[in-house]
Design a protein around this ligand. Sequence first.
Ligand code: NDP
Ligand code: OXD
Length: 309
Amino acid sequence: MTLLIVLPGREDEARRLAADLRTVDRGIEVWVWPEIGDPKDVEMVVASRHPRGLLDSFPNLRLVAAFGAGVEHLVGDPDLPEGVDIVRTVDSALANGMAEYVVAAVADWRRGTKVYLRDQELGRWRPRAYAFSSTVVLLGMGRMGLAVGQALGAVGHRVIGWSRSGRIFDDMECVAGRKVLEEVLPQADVVVCLLPLTPDTEGILGHELFLLMKEGSLLVNVGRGAHLAEDDLISALAEGRPGHAVLDVFREEPLPASHPFWKHPAITITPHVAALTDPRGAAECIAENWQRLQAGEPLLDRVDRSQGY
Ligand code: NDP
Ligand code: OXD
């Protein structure tokens, strides 16, 4: 049986992943889409931005691995047969990358790094004080949220983690429920979205949440573009709640050249690079799940399709 990699537009990455998979597991047979043999041989697919209609063309498909952490493209695919399992590909490099991105975003905002960059161009020496610690509310305390919370805690921030279950982690205040969220948001200097995209979380970064944020606070969205109500953010920034937004993900990617976010003075944009999937680390996670599938053992990072993450 065969594992098929489907990364349209990223064929070089797909071929590198195939080579890494063959190194990690010599017995594995790997194809890179669109070069495939008999569709009946495909037992597992690794996918990112796969074409619609593809996943119901493999009658013996048992498992699909997202090439990354987000699975909304798989959970929401009507062509993925019900009995097929979904797993995520989340290695420590992905979580470390996310932690580094968020710590840097918070540090740049608190210290005014953008101002120093301009000062350097003008040869101006202008030291400015900054607050020594911030309160950060993390929306989502999964693999990414935990790594981000630990990294922020290690540099002295107070971290409040909000999740569906309110799962407890050491050295962090862990909370759950919309009512409690309304109580903690006004305490936050920074709000970071690390939620999966589901019907419950879509548009969560909108007018109601912004009203509860502190004046001059920072919003960081590294979850998905559809978490954010874009027009609400533009109005909220005009009112100063939040005072600045760092956005890595967008409803439409690449962000269209005419989009008002590009030129907004209170928005910092990065092109969906907060945490990248390292093909070598990914190959190890994928091979592990391939072997578990063959042995009939429990899969790692299995998605609950009914919850959507
Ligand atoms: P996980 O599935 O490990 O964690 C999801 C977290 O969100 C859990 O804590 C879960 O709660 C919580 N959650 C889910 N639904 C709700 C809800 N309705 N209300 C409150 N909390 C909720 O995901 P990851 O941490 O691995 O990744 C999070 C997201 O980050 C991904 O889905 C992806 O969209 C994004 N991402 C972005 C990247 C980038 O480069 N910008 C890179 C990697 C990921 P509970 O613990 O109770 O289940
Ligand atoms: C992911 C991402 O989900 O890169 O891994 O956004």
